[in-house]
Design a protein around this ligand. Structure first.
Ligand code: DX5
Ligand code: ZN
Length: 226
C-alpha cells in the first residue's frame, strides 16, 4: 500500500488570501493542492482557469492536482499544463476518446487522471485503466464543496481497486467529495490511497492545521485497528 496522500481542494479556501491559505495547508502537512475547474456546462458552477493554476504554482512547489469538470476538456489541456498543472484529471463522461486524451495529457508532461460521477459505473473506466496515472472516484455529484458524502459509492471504490490490482496498475486511487475525519476511514477501507478534501481543511472550525491533523489521525487510527 502506498503512503496516503491528502489533497487540499482550494474550492473552500478564502480567495482573498489564497497564497497564505496554501502555505498554511502545506505547513499542516497536506501533500497536494487540488484545483476544481468548472465551466457552467458540465456542472452548474463556474470557478477557476489556468490563471489560478499559475498563481498556485507560484505559491507552492507541491503537486497541483487539476480536476477538469468541463465539456470538451481536450481544448484546454495545453493551457493547464503550461500553467503548471502536475496532474490533469478528466471526466470519462466528457471524453469520447478517453485513451487518446490521457495520452495527450502525458505527452504534455503531466500525469493523467480519469474520473467519473457517482452515477457512472466503474465499467466506463475500462478503456482508461491501463493508461491512467490516477483514478478519481467522485463521492458527490460534482459542482460544489460542502456536500454530503454518498456512501453508496463505496462498493464502486472497491471495484476500481480490484480492477487496478488485477491489471497490476500502480495508479493512485483518489476519492473526492464529502471526505472528512468522519468518512475517511470508510474510503480508505474501500481501497483509496489519496483523499481530496475542501471543507474539512479550509472550513474546519478550529483551523486548517487542526483539520489536517484530524484527517491524519483518522487515517492512522484505522491503520492500527486493521
Ligand atoms: C466537487 C469538487 C470537490 C470539492 C470537494 O465538485 O470536485 O473537489 O471541492 O469539497 P468537499 O471536500 O467540501 O466535499
Ligand atoms: Zn475535485
Amino acid at each position: 500500500m502506498k503512503p496516503f496522500i491528502i489533497a487540499a481542494s482550494i474550492l473552500s479556501a478564502d480567495f482573498t488570501r489564497l497564497g497564505e491559505q496554501i502555505a498554511e495547508a502545506e505547513a499542516a502537512g497536506v501533500d497536494w493542492i487540488h484545483v476544481d475547474v468548472m465551466d457552467w456546462h458540465f456542472v452548474p458552477n463556474l470557478t477557476m482557469g489556468p490563471f489560478i493554476v499559475e498563481a498556485c504554482r507560484r505559491a507552492t512547489n507541491m503537486p497541483l492536482n487539476v480536476h477538469l469538470m468541463v465539456e470538451r476538456p481536450e481544448s484546454m489541456l495545453e493551457a493547464f499544463a503550461r500553467a503548471g498543472a502536475s496532474h490533469i484529471i478528466v471526466h470519462v463522461e466528457t471524453c469520447p476518446q478517453i485513451a487518446g486524451t490521457l495520452k495527450e495529457i502525458q505527452s504534455l508532461g503531466c500525469q493523467a487522471g480519469v474520473t467519473l460521477n457517482p452515477a457512472t459505473p466503474a465499467s466506463a473506466l475500462e478503456p482508461a485503466l491501463d493508461l491512467a496515472d490516477l483514478v478519481l472516484v467522485m463521492t458527490v455529484h460534482p459542482g460544489y464543496s460542502g456536500q454530503e458524502f454518498e456512501p453508496q459509492v463505496l462498493p464502486k471504490i472497491a471495484e476500481v481497486r480490484r480492477r487496478l490490482d488485477s491489471l497490476g496498475s500502480s495508479a493512485r486511487l483518489e476519492v473526492d467529495g464529502g471526505v472528512s475525519a468522519h468518512t475517511i476511514q470508510q474510503v480508505r477501507d474501500a481501497g483509496a490511497d489519496t483523499f481530496v478534501t475542501a471543507s474539512a481543511i479550509f472550513k474546519y472550525p478550529q483551523g486548517i492545521a487542526a483539520g489536517v491533523l484530524a484527517l491524519r489521525d483518522a487515517l492512522e487510527m484505522d491503520a492500527f485497528r486493521s
